[in-house]
Design a protein around this ligand. Structure first.
Ligand code: ZN
Length: 878
């Protein structure tokens, strides 16, 4: 199964398909071990191609028969490619293959999750269902017939139960016909094979309807296992709001009679946008106040929207090839960010998104796995569903919108949908609609798609006779395989604040295009304080020598909420850096400012909770490394904990009153306002407990009395973080042992919040727990992923954390290479650390790489991490 040879695929080698497909007819005769798939495909030569070879992809298929225009064919098959002699004219290909869903643990193609047949075809999983040109530039209309396994076993003469439960049988598009044990579907919209889906099983629907702006009535079904139907209301509501939003904001209406969404427990990713049949990881569908946290609700809203928005950005307009992945993902992430901002708070959403971008994408850009938003080559495309493609991809679109303005953005999007509907498009097509709309030349802007690495922008300023000048310099460090970097177009949103706190120049967007460039503001009465990169107008690292006074001034007076938060974050980071270096206590000025923010009732509680948060340990490790200091994760952890305690002591009266007053009375609702209050309240509680163990009683009480998962999990995490909470964890387990989504949380928080000395041992113990179903990706991530996320525990100087994670990756790899390879990114920061730790990581990476039968997925990841030149050795004169 894993014998496919590692092969590098290059964007430069793209060739259009030799044959196009008009219609596909598929018949599935379901059987857990012997499902047969019959295909009937109408091919025709692509007139744009002169030299034609007929090639179909296929993996893990057993071919029973093949016919071309009704005559038996003996195709040739090697290395995952089937070839056959075909006419130089339209023809019909028919094949029957057998597949075994029951043994499919990779969760690619057709598999069974808790008795439910389901599929995952993106990126290249359709080739595990039947022979097909499994590439996104081949778009076809699909008609699908599904026969249930009861029907199939009966016709095979195998015994069937007296009264079999007739399963729900779903595929893409609209239902055409059905009877007992069979159903037929037709999808009128041509689509690539990666959007194909099939679901069959004992499911129930939580149903709603939606009338589109075009007057079409759409049936909405959220399909779940019996018993879960009362946890679907929020997802359905989020879906309706997404449909409405896309009509209002992008003018895009839904285009089928039915929209089906299915929740499954075994899933490699968050969710999948299959046409008319979205399949979701159940954790991003099911929610009730008792089982889901405020964060879960927010994720459900965002992911339901994301997958729904793909219907236009991804499905109606798809990608020509997988190098263009950001065409659909960057744009769809940007759209879901806009949507969540509209539903909640724009400022808080932007801060959350930037926190995520820095934690995951900047980290990726700074290490051996750095790659452009549009990579030029890959071995395994599944390894490129990354923070760079998704999140930086969204930032690039945000910048484009900032540069051209809102009106031009809307016009360009209208043109994009008009011009490319029904096509498989490229980044060149995307940029061209902006060029045609605005007359701008986007040649330089395109570097955002082709150049890897986070640009660093350094700024100095001068003030002379009423003229204030900002001098910028941009520079991007080299990344693996890309030594030369050229200047990029960087929109820098700037405002100027006067010494008395007034805004003397409102937000202006400066366009930095050169390596060095200056911008001046005239007629100022006194030297202003600059508020730079407002709302994080570009995904860059801003470097500026500035004083604590300036940061405090912005923290108090900036009109841009993002930069207000940013000023506080930078102050906190500087305080932490000096505490790590020399144990220094926090400054009074900073503590005062925190106290003022925490008390400021004009500010959104969610914003205050963010302002009271310190940078993560991983963020501090990257910061030290950037400053030329080798980070020690244990020291960082202790300094950060000490800082939390000092804040808790200094702000105690404020925190106590926040804890008392931020309570949300009445029945739980997941709205942003209530969630913000709970978040601030838990933040206050954590600081109080960090400062004084006696305050632990508050967390014990909260855990015992709360009726919602947010506070239950929040209180338990706080206790676990102090080495307590064992009794509460046991209670929690007894209560939720039969709920897999909640049990995942139970596994994860015990490891995520474990003290550094205990983290590895606790993770190790939990891998021996009877509920550690490690083949389920959610459970694997809850345990192994949680250890990888506990920085000080994972980087324990003994190397035990590295070994435990590596051992489990080696074990998971043959079972589920996608999920294993994804988690290998936990080692991407290894060159930051001391020689001892580096040696230990190198050992485990080599052990993984030399494992027999290693998947191409894992081989690519580990090789990139081992073979990249460490940044230090070639770092330019920083
Ligand atoms: Zn997506």
């Amino acid at each position: 199964m894993n014998d496919a040879k590692a092969q590098t695929i290059r964007l430069a080698d793209y060739r259009p398909p030799a044959f196009l497909v008009d219609d596909v007819h598929l018949t599935f005769r379901l059987h857990p071990k012997h499902t047969t798939v019959t295909s009937r495909i109408h091919f025709r030569p692509n007139p744009e191609v002169t030299e034609r070879r007929f090639e179909l992809h296929g993996e893990c298929l057993s071919l029973k028969s093949a016919r071309i225009d009704g005559r038996d064919s003996k195709p040739h098959f090697a290395g995952g490619i089937l070839t056959a002699d075909v006419p130089d004219a339209p023809f019909i290909w028919e094949a029957e293959v057998e597949i075994d869903p029951s043994s499919n643990t990779a969760l690619e193609g057709l598999y069974i999750s808790n008795g439910i047949y389901c599929t995952q075809c993106e990126a290249e999983g359709f080739r595990r269902i039947t022979f097909y040109p499994d590439r996104p530039d081949v778009m076809a209309r699909f008609t699908v017939r599904i026969e249930s396994d009861d029907l199939v076993t009966r016709s095979n003469g195998e015994p069937v139960p007296d009264s079999p439960v007739l399963p729900v049988l779903l595929s893409n598009g609209n239902p055409v016909a059905s009877g007992p044990g069979w159903a037929e579907w037709h999808d009128p919209w041509p689509k690539p094979s990666y959007l194909f889906a099939l679901v069959a099983g004992d499911l129930v629907a939580h149903t709603g309807t939606y009338r589109t702006s075009e007057g079409r009535d759409v049936t909405l079904n959220i399909w779940v296992r019996p018993g879960d139907e009362d946890r679907c209301a929020y997802a359905l509501d989020a879906l309706k709001r997404s449909m409405d939003w896309d009509e209002r904001v992008y003018g895009r209406a839904y285009d089928l009679d039915v929209f089906n969404l299915v929740a499954v427990d075994d899933f490699n990713a968050g969710a999948m946008e299959n046409k008319g049949l979205n399949i979701f990881n159940s954790k991003y569908v099911l929610a009730s106040p008792e089982t889901a946290t405020d964060r879960d609700y927010e994720s459900i809203e965002g992911i339901v929207a994301h997958e729904y928005f793909h219907n236009w950005t991804g499905n109606r307009i798809t990608c020509r090839d997988w190098f263009q992945l950001c065409l659909k993902e960057g744009l769809t992430v940007f759209r879901d960010q806009q949507f969540s901002g509209d539903m909640r708070s724009h400022a808080v959403k932007r801060i959350d998104d930037v926190l995520m971008l820095r934690a995951r994408q900047f980290r990726e850009d700074a290490g051996p796995l750095a790659h452009p938003v549009r990579p030029a080559e890959f071995q395994e495309i599944n390894n490129f569903y990354t923070a760079t493609v998704y999140e930086k991809g969204a930032e690039v679109i945000r910048m484009l919108k900032t540069l051209v303005g809102n009106d031009a953005y809307s016009k360009a999007l209208d043109l994009y949908f008009d011009r490319h509907d029904g096509e498989a498009a490229t980044i060149e097509d995307w940029l061209k609609v902006f060029e045609d709309t605005t007359g701008r030349d986007l040649t330089q802007f395109k570097r955002w798609y082709t150049q890897a690495g986070t640009p660093r922008v350094s700024v100095t300023d001068t003030f002379n006779h009423g003229t204030y000048t900002l001098d910028f310099e941009q520079h991007t460090r080299h990344t693996p395989g890309q030594f030369e970097k050229s200047p990029q177009v960087i929109p820098i949103a700037v405002g100027l604040i006067g010494p008395n706190g007034d805004e003397v120049v409102p937000t202006t967007v400066l366009e930095l295009t050169d390596e060095r460039q200056s911008f001046s503001f005239d007629g100022l009465g006194s030297r202003p304080i600059p508020s730079l990169l407002r709302n994080f107008s570009a995904p860059v690292i801003l470097e500026r020598q500035t004083s604590k006074e300036e940061r405090l001034h912005l923290l108090a007076h900036d009109t841009d909420p993002f930069n207000r938060w940013e000023a506080g974050r930078q102050l906190g980071k500087e305080e932490l850096v000096s505490r790590i270096a020399n144990g220094s206590a926090p400054s009074m000025a900073w503590l005062d400012s925190l106290n003022r923010l925490a008390n400021d009732e004009s500010l959104d509680p969610a914003f205050r909770a963010l302002a009271l948060s310190l940078p993560s340990e991983d963020d501090m490790a990257q910061t030290l490394h950037d400053n030329g200091v080798t980070p020690d994760p244990g020291t960082i952890h202790d300094a950060r904990e000490g800082m939390l305690a000092d804040i808790g002591k200094a702000l105690r009266p404020t925190l106590t009153s926040l804890y008392d007053n931020m309570d949300v009375p009445g029945t739980y609702t997941p709205d942003a306002t209530s969630a913000g209050r709970r978040s601030l309240r838990l933040k206050a509680l954590n600081l109080l407990v960090c400062a004084d163990e006696a305050q632990m009683e508050l967390a014990v009480d909260l855990f015992a009395t709360t009726d919602n998962m947010t506070e239950s999990l929040g209180a338990l995490s706080i206790l676990l973080g102090k080495g307590e909470g064992e009794k509460q964890a046991a209670t929690f387990y007894e209560k939720w042992r039969n709920d897999s989504n909640v049990l995942d949380k139970w596994f994860a928080i015990q490891i995520a919040n474990a003290t550094p000395e205990k983290a590895v041992a606790r993770a190790e113990a939990l891998t021996r727990h009877p509920d550690f179903h490690w083949k389920t990706p959610n459970r694997f991530r809850a345990v192994i992923g949680a250890l990888a996320g506990n920085a000080a525990g994972f980087h324990d100087p003994s190397g035990a954390g590295y070994r435990l994670v590596a051992d489990w990756l080696i074990r998971l790899d043959p079972v589920n290479p996608q999920t294993a390879a994804r988690m290998a990114t936990t080692f991407e920061t290894w060159t930051r650390y001391d020689g001892d730790r580096q040696g230990k990581v190198r050992d485990v990476l080599n052990a993984i790489r030399s494992t027999r039968g290693l998947s191409p997925d894992m081989n690519e990841m580990v090789s990139r991490m081992l073979d990249a030149q460490p940044c230090e050795s070639r770092r330019e004169n920083q």
